[in-house]
Design a protein around this ligand. Structure first.
Ligand code: GLN
Length: 199
């Protein structure tokens, strides 16, 4: 089966490793370029995108990850990971940088202060079964997508009415919410299938 790495510089790495293991994947932390070489797909976890951006440079992973993405490696980013996959970030730090990723504009911490965290149902196109019980923690939303970016899910909650929170462009997948925190493994299964198909 496919080997899937979790970018293990910062954030909820363990939860993603556990979710991937739960769907039968050989899941490994990735901190070094040599570890990246050994995986077929990569998860970028939730956490803090500004810190993650700095650590990506410190650990020498920026160019290797950009190259693998250009070569078609599947990547799934949740929350901060979504921000790391966005071509454009609003309300980011001026020095934060993502990967050469999804043609979209995301707004960081978009749901606002009164609702730093909330939960709401989200249906994801291509994933069968009930709506996800989606957990949002100082989450971004997607404000704009290029043609060719598929919108997979939307949410209404807090100040948000029908905001885009799940997208896919080719082998790149991103969600504003954290399926790794709720024990619902359907999105990790979806990603594992995508990695298997790309291999
Ligand atoms: N607010 C965080 C950021 O800007 C994301 C929060 C999260 O990943 N739970 O990166």
């Amino acid at each position: 089966g496919p080997v899937i790495g979790v970018l293990a510089l910062q954030g909820d790495v363990r939860e993603h490793l556990a979710a991937l293991t739960g769907v039968g994947v050989d899941a490994r932390p990735v901190r070094r370029p040599a570890e990246l070489d050994a995986v077929d797909g990569l998860v970028i976890p939730g956490g803090e995108s500004t810190t993650m951006s700095k650590l990506v440079d410190i650990f020498g992973l920026r160019e290797p990850v950009d190259k693998r993405i250009a070569a078609g490696m599947p990547v799934y980013g949740s929350c901060a990971g979504m921000i790391m996959l966005a071509a454009e970030v609003l309300d980011g730090r001026p020095d934060q940088r993502g990967f050469a990723g999804i043609g979209m504009t995301v707004r960081r911490n978009a749901f606002g202060r009164q609702v730093d965290s909330f939960e709401a149902p989200v249906r994801v196109a291509g994933v069968d079964g009930p709506a996800f019980h989606a957990v949002f923690i100082r989450a971004p939303w997607v404000e704009r997508v290029d043609p060719g970016v598929e919108v997979l899910g939307r949410v209404t909650g807090g100040p948000a009415v029908d905001r885009v929170v799940a997208v896919r462009q080719g082998n790149l997948l991103a969600t504003s919410f954290h399926p790794e925190l709720t024990g619902d493994l359907r999105l990790h299964r979806y990603f594992a299938d995508l990695v298997a198909a790309a291999r």
